[in-house]
Write a protein that binds this ligand. Sequence first.
Ligand code: ATP
Length: 434
Amino acid sequence: TLKRRVVAHLLRNQLREPLQKLLFHIGEVGDFLGQNVFVVGGFVRDLLLRQENFDIDVVVEGDGIGFAEEFGRRHGCRVRAHRKFATAVLVFPDGFKIDVASARTEYYLEPGALPTVETASIKLDLYRRDFTINTLAIAMNRAHFGELLDYFGGQSDLREKAIRVLHNLSFVEDPTRMFRAIRFEQRLAFQLGRHTEHLLKSAVRMGFLEKVSGPRVFNEMLLILREPDPLPAIARLDELGLLAYIHPRMSCRSEINRLLAAAKRTVDWYELLYTGEGCQRWQVFFLCLFSGLDESEVNQVLRHLGMPPRYAEFFGPERETVHRIVHQLEWRCSQRRNLSNSEVYRMLRELPIEALLYGMARTEHEEARRLMSHFVTHLRSVVSLIGGRDLQSMGLKPGPCYGEILNKLVAARLDGLVSTREDELRLVRRLLAG
Ligand code: ATP
């Protein structure tokens, strides 16, 4: 039988009180319904690693949706049930969420396809998971509170810092796990186990990734590119032949590697300055990975990964626009003529922040980079002091001329030609007279 280690002290010492209470309430509802409940997966992994994680996944040996409904009634949560998967999301009044699932087992009828699902014991539920370090569970019911379930050697792999699959067919059943393996390996500074790395390489060699739908691969790429530092994971994807699956010519060697490093510095710089605003870092990194490909190759990738149209627009035509604008800026800088603020503004203002950051990383022209950075920090937020209402009260009929006038006001402000409201009003009168 399984030797159970008690980790109640970790729950007590590592977690803040509201979270401890929450776990206790989860056990209470399980007791009330006569069902075993566990927290599982990443939360437990990170608890043992002493790392903070607020993503709580609950597994109920029995009816997960019934559990969620009872918990929701008691604690004022909304319940979003997914009957097809026997799962539910508990949404607390403050927006905090908990995933609840019914313990289940999965059969893969075909490699790479989505699995067929049946309810099962917690042990079988844990067996369908990707890596041993994600198979740990902690009991929540009062009589067993804090007992750690470790059926597949998860604790020992945490100690050894090893990413290991549970069985030889794991990557064949679900090839997206290859991406996940690398994400965890690099995030946690672990290593793929020897046998696991061997299995991964064979799965790549045998082309199992071809069986996975593009959007699922895209989703795993997104998760990797959203990690705080995705560069080591990208290098590892390349080394193991996974980038080549996205496109045979996609790689992160030499030039692209330099570009990725510059993008990382630029994105970090931006996020340090604008903590509140943030940006879609992954888009900047994806642009870098695309930069070795021409337009038609990028389009192949977009189709292949089934990227949603809004992204397809960004990585397709918009990418061409950035290249053109950066090129123009570099050319104008090399003419050694000083560009006015309003000229810089006019060139760059249509670009989303992700495109600008990519442009900054991409250019090797010192002055062009300086101007882009100046645009980001100073120019892009400049607005005129007077607005449409003022123009109206000056007797001007609303129409496209409003936009033109306001643009001229911003340009004048950028170039230091106006500073007060009166300056602006005077300029408008001059424009109208002229
Ligand atoms: P993160 O810290 O990035 O949120 P996580 O371990 O919580 O990582 P999720 O993607 O939220 O990962 O998945 C939750 C759990 O579901 C994981 O712990 C894992 O065991 C399991 N899981 C997710 N995807 C797969 C998969 N493709 N195959 C098997 N198990 C998976």
